[in-house]
Ligand binder design. Sequence first.
Ligand SMILES: O=C(O)C1=C[C@@H](OP(=O)(O)O)[C@@H](O)[C@H](O)C1
Ligand SMILES: C=C(OP(=O)(O)O)C(=O)O
Length: 446
Amino acid sequence: MSRHSTPRPATARRGRPLSGTARVPGDKSISHRSILLGALAAGETRVTGLLEGEDVMRTGDAMRAMGARVDKAGDEWIVQGVGNGCLLEAPGPLDFGNAGTGSRLTMGLVGTYHMKTTFTGDASLSKRPMGRVLDPLRLMGVQVLDAAPGDRMPLTLEGPRIAAPISYRVPMASAQVKSAVLLAGLNTPGVTTVIEPVMTRDHTERMLKGFGAEIEVETDAGGVRHIRLQGQGTLSGRTIQVPGDPSSAAFPLVAALIVPGSDVTIENVLMNRTRTGLIDTLLEMGASIELLDRRDAGGEEVADLRVRSSELRGVTVPAERAPFMIDEYPVLAVAASFAEGETRMEGVEELRVKESDRLAAVARGLEANGVECEEGRDTLLVRGRPGGRGLGGGMVETHLDHRIAMSFLILGLAAEKPVSIDDRSMIATSFPEFLDMMAGLGAEIG
Ligand SMILES: O=C(O)C1=C[C@@H](OP(=O)(O)O)[C@@H](O)[C@H](O)C1
Ligand SMILES: C=C(OP(=O)(O)O)C(=O)O
């Protein structure tokens, strides 16, 4: 269950322009993978810039329970890995709290081990579908001993004596499913292949290569990616610099666009092209975002983003872009609330299986604050009101979802009337510094 049982509401209100320079915490996807692969690799992995959010800390707890050492020393996290194939049976259930990524990737990582592992999570995680990961694991010989109805947590996995390599076509656009199968392939003899018809974030492929795995990626004439991993190879510890999380940067970025007179710089943001769909969309909407000092940081491109308040226009966001901005739709809907005309988001059915049903949660939150919108099965249409006239005044239900919480606080910074959320607790899962960082830019959130 969540570590915070009493809901803690918060309210954001319009104030002066936002200004200054901010740094967002380390990328959540790369942070989880740094701990997971560091825990598995032989020797020491040193990580700087790790996101110290609750989700990533749960992944650290899980890896400790299976034999790795994960410690902080000064600004660095030091992970002493066990060596590929050498994880130990956890003495009790692994509690992943609110974290889909941590739980699903760990299911892949340990599912093929000939031992029992039990996975639990909070009320939000317990509602999320795990069958998308369990299905390919079953094909590899993994038994699902207990699972709540619909392949949900709590659940227990038991791996076979020797797992079978598979060739698996990922049926939905999901980096978590792709990653779980590749991680399962690490403890499987032979070649495990993942076929990815729609490209998703590629951190697992890049990092596996960095840790020394034999992995190759081929994109065929139809744009389909074939990722082949040779199992049971050696992984060696390495040094990792985690770049700033573009999914967290999205909040001060949209805030600076919609609060009149703002001028904010967000430093050291990951620019991997599988993560920059929100920036592409906002630029199409007329946003003033300058990408400064584009540079390499440990194998990933980063940049500083200078963002100035802008008059936005509604656009259609095509379905193909969804995997490259999947966690940013709630805050895009907030930006769209201040744009001239309509913004239509297409092909966003995956939003229904996040920490909450984000399509519904966003639509209800917008309606509660006077924003006109239409929720379709896999679409969302938002009718903007430049200047935010008449918007705000509502209380938003966050449904244990950090991105819903942060998005609607951003709405409140530019709406005519204050916006409240029922609970700020979950923000700590991905962005513990959010309220302090926003206050540093001049935002009024209390
Ligand atoms: O692999 C990852 O690190 C993630 C993949 C995405 O989930 P899906 O794979 O379910 O799309 C994203 O929503 C999540 O925040 C992080
Ligand atoms: C969907 C998210 O995370 P996860 O799936 O790891 O819970 C998110 O951070 O928006």
